[in-house]
Design a protein around this ligand. Sequence first.
Ligand SMILES: [Zn+2]
Length: 64
Amino acid sequence: MCADHRKTPPLNPAILEELACPVCLSALRLDESRLQCVGCGRLYPIVDGIPVLIAERASVPGPE
Ligand SMILES: [Zn+2]
């Protein structure tokens, strides 16, 4: 087994329970290195382990 690069979450998962989407107040889940809102689907960046829950910084899943 060469499982040297195990996935370490960029953020303490316990923090997720304390956070909510600033737009729709839904819960957030960890998606790769970002947080995704389970309500509106916005993706919030995590910078240096700190989730940036700012609506203007979020990526909105594109309804064209
Ligand atoms: Zn949301």
